[in-house]
Design a binder for this molecule. Structure first.
Ligand code: VAH
Length: 318
């Protein structure tokens, strides 16, 4: 990666990934783009362009203007939003992706786009879901993710585009909140614990989902993009995970630091149905074997860090 174009750079992953990549590869070598200019730290700390990813001409112009050799395509609608507006999701998630892949082909760029545990469906083995398994998602987001994985592999096999991807679990971060995902509760719970001492969760206790702390997710992107291509038998996309928990377990962990914290439940049937169609836990052994995937944070260490970072003025008992 030398000259990188990021789409969706002001989103949950993008706002932190942009800063990380600017730190590693140099500020001027990372061009951030998004449909609006909302996060000033990102849009004012280096090159930034307004880009609607469904507009392939503008995307190509930006890629040519900055002579990019790497595209990190993050712009997408998340799972709950995509269920509310399936046609918008199809248009944004699929047309945005194919525009980005076409430009990668044209300019011979290395290419990354995230997939998700949402690519799996109710018929997928639920526990320790293997890398290569049955994928019949029942959500529009999942349909987009499976189609996206296939499309990215197609561009690799047919055109030799160096496409790489990760099936991310729910990502937890203290910086930019997610928007419209099914796993958002695992971020909201920390904010509400500190702000109100209680949280009403829209997913039921016993709903196990894979999760990962953002620093591990950012490192995984960098490590995969830097991996020796000769070692990759898979490309789009690798199972990755750091932990699997249900809302009760994260609440119990928070209570160790904030003993009065209380969780209650008011189930959102739409997001519950989405979560129920996803795996409980993934097997990430292929990512470990092929490019050395690793994580540093588990639920306990992530909780300490989240609470400290969100509330760094108040000392946290441990
Ligand atoms: C979502 N956070 O909830 C995303 C993710 C694991 C799911 O792709 O939609």
């Amino acid at each position: 990666m030398k000259k990188i174009l990021i789409t969706g750079a002001l989103g949950q992953i993008g706002s932190e990934l942009t800063a990380t990549l600017r730190h590693i590869y140099g500020t001027d070598n990372v061009v951030a783009t998004d449909i609006k200019r909302t996060v000033r730290e990102v849009s004012e700390s280096g090159p930034f362009e307004i880009l609607d990813v469904t507009d392939g001409t503008t995307m190509l112009n930006i890629a040519s203007q900055y002579q990019v050799d790497t595209i990190i395509h993050l712009a997408a609608l998340l799972s709950a939003k995509a269920e509310e507006q399936p046609l918008l999701a199809w248009n944004l998630n699929m047309n945005g992706l194919i525009n980005a892949l076409e430009i990668a082909k044209e300019r011979n760029c290395q290419f990354f786009t995230p997939s998700s545990i949402g690519a799996f469906g109710p018929a997928t083995p639920k526990d320790m879901t293997p890398q290569d398994t049955l994928m019949r998602p029942t959500t529009m987001y999942g349909v987009n993710k499976v189609a996206g994985e296939l499309l990215a592999d197609y561009y690799f096999h047919k055109y030799g585009v160096d496409t790489r991807g990760l099936r991310f679990p729910g990502l937890i971060s203290y910086v930019t909140p997610p928007g419209g995902g099914t796993t958002d509760y695992a971020v909201e719970i920390y904010h509400e614990a500190l702000n109100c001492g209680k949280y009403t969760c829209y997913l039921n206790k016993g709903t196990y989902l894979d999760m990962m702390y953002m620093p591990d997710a950012l490192q995984a992107i960098v490590d995969l993009m830097e991996a020796d291509p000769a070692k990759l038998s898979h490309r789009n996309s690798f199972n990755v995970t750091a932990m699997s928990f249900d809302p009760e377990q994260v609440a119990t962990e928070i209570k160790k630091h904030l003993p009065h914290f209380n969780i209650s439940y008011k189930i959102d049937p739409i997001r519950q149905a989405i979560a129920d169609s996803w795996p409980n836990s993934l097997d990430a052994s292929i990512a470990k074997e092929e490019w050395g995937f690793k994580t540093h944070y588990d639920l306990a260490s992530m909780t300490v860090d989240m609470l400290e970072k969100l509330n760094y003025n108040r000392p946290i008992a441990s």
